[in-house]
Design a protein around this ligand. Structure first.
Ligand code: DC
Length: 212
């Protein structure tokens, strides 16, 4: 029997990570943060002194990248030589270059394959930009979580982060391969005026109803 895959997509700082984690906890599914996977490749490319815009060099590096994708309890992890990566993934430098790396088709196909692998073993709540459109196009559980640009910028600032989310969203939405876009059959959840609990309740109720 196949395991349920819950797809949570949306722009940066829409609240989708927080919401996806809580939905996973409620349902007892594994939370998979796909942004961390794109961030890890970006981090590694930068540590090698390679320009993220130099697609040929990035692609050359891909087969030998010493990164692996694992799990810690009920959450996905990214490991470099066996060590879990954390703060390395959210530096300003990684924020500034991750959209360039995420636009490379070869990077995307490599990661999409890894993402699907998780769901061959277990039920997942997967958060990203192309989960409902590309990774799991056939899942009936698709949610596009968004909020106004002002609300998202304020949330980012409250976390002490200053990356330019508008610019990142623009790049992520306009790339040729798997752009950030709402799947036609995804349920739109605008979180601008909702509490986290309300968002989680709304999505869990929809999933429960569909599972019944
Ligand atoms: O969710 P995040 O901010 O950590 O994602 C970092 C970047 O990775 C984001 O700007 C776009 C890219 N990304 C993507 O292209 N596809 C995904 N499924 C997840 C993230």
């Amino acid at each position: 029997m196949s395991h349920p895959a819950i797809a949570i997509d949306g722009p940066a700082a829409s609240g989708k990570s927080t919401v996806a984690k809580l939905i996973a906890e409620r349902l007892g599914y594994t939370f998979i943060n796909t942004g961390a996977m794109y961030r890890a490749i970006t981090w590694y490319v930068l540590t090698q002194g390679i320009d993220p815009a130099d697609t040929a060099s990035v692609n050359q590096l891909l087969p030998s990248i010493p990164l692996s994708f694992g799990k810690d309890g009920s959450r996905s992890t990214v490991l470099y030589n066996g060590q879990v990566l954390n703060t390395e993934l959210t530096t300003q430098e990684v924020n500034d270059h991750v959209s360039t790396i995420a636009a490379i088709p070869e990077v995307r196909s490599l990661l999409v394959e890894r993402q699907r692998e998780y769901n061959t073993r277990e039920a997942v709540v997967m958060e990203g930009r192309d989960i409902g459109t590309v990774v799991f196009p056939d899942t009936p559980f698709k949610y596009f979580v968004t909020a106004s640009e002002e609300v998202r910028a304020a949330r980012r600032a409250a976390e002490g982060l200053t990356d330019s989310i508008a610019e990142r969203d623009k790049k992520d939405s306009s790339r040729a391969t798997a752009p950030l876009t709402q799947a036609a059959d995804a349920k739109l959840v605008d979180t601008s005026d909702m509490t986290i609990e309300e968002v989680v309740d709304t999505i869990v109720a929809d999933i429960t109803q569909k599972l019944a």
